[in-house]
Design a binder for this molecule. Structure first.
Ligand code: NAG
Ligand code: NAG
Ligand code: MN
Length: 358
């Protein structure tokens, strides 16, 4: 009797070991599958909109995150071949000698723009070009806007000198949504593109929130050989990207890149998702996102409460899941709006537009 009892105990022990091994293996397998399915594995935690990860599993992402600045400086300089030879001025260098690097900003200061308005180098409408050389690019800065006068002051106060140190030929376009209907950031950016081109032969467009101030002028506000994300290291996200596919805040696209993605969506009313749609457009057209490194790309956002009539858009997740189907028919080719008025300040051109409502 004794050996048989022993054998049965042994048998049970073995079965238990086998069961445990199986459990262990399946748990490992589960973890393995989850980590390979999740492309943003190494991304910092996303700020609450996790749904992005699931929606994105379907397509591959080719973000060249945090590409070093040295590889960037050589790009896009070939676009400036159209400079008249009769002009005595030479092309500006790839890297401006006027850069000063990191600088702090202080949003508690009271801003007086009048001194800046007297600067003879800036011409009406917020236009500037360096006297010392011919800029490599003609850059339009597009700022979607409504009820943020105080932020605008800070933006102008810090950005004009910043852009001048970068030796850019630039113009500042504040695109204000008329009326009090739900805000539409991306549509205003499309309007800015169209309106700026009516004034000057811009070849690069910077789309910037009014409340984001870059801290380092080595973060050049110009275009690169791929669409460029500029606000890569924001204080509100702990000076890092909130997630790998983040394309919000400030971005740059050449005219060619912009047309390749049919501009931006016109139907994102309210907060969120439009920047993810643009990101999708970029990847679906075979482009990738270029970025400065996290030190050069530092910037600060002026803290504020959420605006009225800019509540989170409940449709945004459905929309960003369908970018591929909608991008050819919804964009710069379907843009309609009506200019209500144009104001020419010394430091900016403000265009107030009726863009309709949801
Ligand atoms: C910012 O400006 C305010 C008002 O001028 C001043 O009191 C404060 O010390 C400044 N803060 C920093 C960090 O310089
Ligand atoms: C996710 O959050 C980022 C950062 O706040 C925002 O720019 C983006 O539009 C959000 N996307 C969605 C789908 O809510
Ligand atoms: Mn903001």
């Amino acid at each position: 009797m004794e050996p048989r009892a022993n054998f049965s105990v042994l048998h049970r022990a073995c079965a238990l070991v086998v069961a445990l091994c199986t459990l262990h293996l399946s748990v490992m397998l589960l973890f393995y599958l989850r980590s390979t399915g999740d492309e943003s594995e190494h991304a910092p935690p996303s700020p609450g909109n996790f749904t992005l990860r699931t929606l994105r599993k379907g397509h591959s992402v080719s973000t060249s995150t945090m590409t070093s600045t040295s590889t960037m400086t050589s790009t896009m300089t070939s676009t400036s071949t159209a400079i008249p030879t009769t002009q005595a001025l030479e092309k500006c260098p790839d890297t401006s000698p006027l850069l000063v690097g990191p600088r702090n900003v202080n949003f508690s200061q009271t801003i007086d723009l009048n001194e800046m308005r007297q600067d003879p180098k800036v011409s009406v409408g917020g236009r500037y070009k360096p006297r010392e050389c011919v800029s490599l690019q003609k850059v339009a800065l597009i700022i979607p806007f409504r009820h943020r006068e105080e932020h605008m002051k800070h933006w102008l106060y810090y950005l004009h000198p910043f852009l001048q140190r970068q030796q850019l030929d630039y113009g500042v376009y504040v695109i204000e949504q008329d009326g009090e209907d739900t805000f539409n950031r991306a549509k205003l950016m499309n309007v800015g593109y169209a309106e700026a081109l009516k004034e000057y032969d811009y070849d690069c467009f910077i789309f910037s929130d009014v409340d984001i101030i870059p801290l380092d002028d080595r973060n050049t506000y110009r275009c690169f050989d791929q669409p460029r994300h500029l606000a890569v290291s924001m204080d509100k996200f702990g000076f890092r990207l909130p997630y790998n596919q983040y394309f919000g805040g400030v971005s740059a696209m050449s005219k060619e890149q912009y047309l390749k993605v049919n501009g931006f969506p016109n139907n994102y009313w309210g907060w969120g998702g439009e920047d993810d749609d643009i990101y999708n457009r970029v990847t679906f057209r075979g482009m990738s996102v270029s970025r400065p490194d996290g030190v050069v790309g530092r910037c600060k956002m002026i803290q504020h409460v959420r605006d009225n009539k800019n509540e989170p858009n409940p449709q945004r997740f459905d929309r960003i899941a369908r970018t591929r189907q909608t991008m050819d028919s919804d964009g710069i080719n379907s843009l309609t709006y009506r200019v209500v008025r144009t104001e020419k300040d010394q430091l900016f051109t403000k265009i107030t537009v009726d863009i309709g409502k949801p």
